[in-house]
Structure formats: structure tokens, C-alpha cells
Design a protein around this ligand. Structure first.
Ligand SMILES: Cc1cc2nc3c(=O)[nH]c(=O)nc-3n(C[C@H](O)[C@H](O)[C@H](O)COP(=O)(O)O)c2cc1C
Length: 165
């Protein structure tokens, strides 16, 4: 095992974080002028059943963050295995992130038609998280399709589940 102490090389810290396998989500919102915003985020975590809460951590300078804060609403879309291109698109600059993918509307929030799960939220809390924010959403509506294959992210790469059981 590689060992390191502060101050950490950001690459090493990223690589250490990357040892934790996650899924991949697209967090979306709709601005007051009607435009859609969104970003790829794997910092999603379930938080609470009662009340129903989740969290994700956008960078302080994420372009979608002001819209999520001002409108107090966002959706978390859990990607299925065939949506790597959607993940890449929502992590890219200077592209139409919503192009070439089918979107539904949940009370104005963009929801990916073939997501594995989706959570429509109101903003519950917005905490300091260093160079990121810890955004806690109160879940107002869910949709889920457990039979769809999962998209995983591990050691900086997309993966599929290989379940030999
Ligand atoms: C798999 C994956 C996971 C990511 N997770 C996060 C995340 O949890 N939080 C974050 O701020 N950025 C995350 N990013 C990076 C953002 O999607 C990317 O920086 C995006 O361009 C930010 O939006 P902006 O350019 O509109 O500010 C992730 C990117 C990828 C490919």
C-alpha cells in the first residue's frame, strides 16, 4: 500500500478516493429563464429514510450550482451501463450537454428517460465542504428500474458489474 501524509499530492488523494467504487449520476436543474443545467457527479450518497434525504458534492465553482441554489430544486439521475457517453458529455465544457439523449420532465426538472433511478429534490441544506459544497436534497419523487444494468466508476474508469454469483 502507498502511504502519504499532508500536504497531499492532489493526484495521490484523487487516486485514493478512486479506490472507492461508486455509481455515476447526472444532477440536473432548470433555471428561471427555462434553460437546463447539469453536471456529472459520483459524489452521490443516500442519507436518510425519514425524512427522505440524499446528498451530492458539487465543486464550489460548478456552473450549475447557482441555479440549484436559486431555484431550490434539482434532480439526481442514476446512470445505467449504456450511458457512459452521457457521463462524459455532462463533464465536458462547451457542448450542449442535453443533446443526443432523451429527457422527460418532472415538474420542469429534466430527468433522463433511461436512467436506472431518478430522485427529484428540494434543497434541504447546503454545507461547507472545502472546495466543494455538500448539497442535501429532500426527495419529493422517485423513479427506479433495478433491472437496468448499473454503470460503475472505479479507479478513474467506468466499469460494469461482473456478478458471478
Ligand atoms: C465520473 C465523474 C464523476 C464526477 N463527479 C463529480 C462530483 O461529484 N462533483 C463535481 O463537482 N464534479 C464531478 N465531476 C466533474 C464535473 O462533472 C465536471 O467538472 C463538470 O464540467 C462541472 O460542470 P461545469 O463545467 O458546468 O462547472 C465528475 C466527472 C466525472 C467524469
Amino acid at each position: 500500500m502507498d502511504l502519504a501524509s499532508p500536504p497531499f499530492d492532489p493526484r495521490a488523494l484523487r487516486d485514493a478516493f478512486g479506490c472507492f467504487a461508486t455509481g455515476v449520476t447526472i444532477v440536473t436543474g432548470r433555471a428561471a429563464d427555462g434553460s437546463r443545467v447539469g453536471l456529472t457527479a459520483n459524489s452521490f450518497t443516500s442519507v436518510s429514510l425519514d425524512p427522505p434525504l440524499l446528498l451530492f458534492c458539487p465543486a464550489n465553482n460548478a456552473s450549475a450550482l447557482p441555479v440549484l441554489r436559486e431555484t431550490g430544486r434539482f434532480a439526481v439521475n442514476v446512470l445505467s451501463a449504456d450511458s457512459r457517453h452521457v457521463s462524459d458529455r455532462f463533464a465536458s465544457k462547451g457542448v450542449d450537454r442535453f443533446a443526443e439523449t432523451e429527457w422527460e420532465e418532472w415538474d420542469g426538472l429534466p430527468v433522463l428517460a433511461d436512467a436506472k433511478a431518478a430522485f427529484a429534490c428540494t434543497l434541504h441544506a447546503d454545507h461547507d465542504g472545502g472546495d466543494h459544497r455538500i448539497i442535501v436534497g429532500r426527495i419529493e419523487r422517485i423513479g427506479f428500474a433495478p433491472e437496468r444494468e448499473s454503470l460503475l466508476y472505479l479507479n478513474g474508469r467506468y466499469r460494469r458489474v461482473h456478478d458471478d454469483a
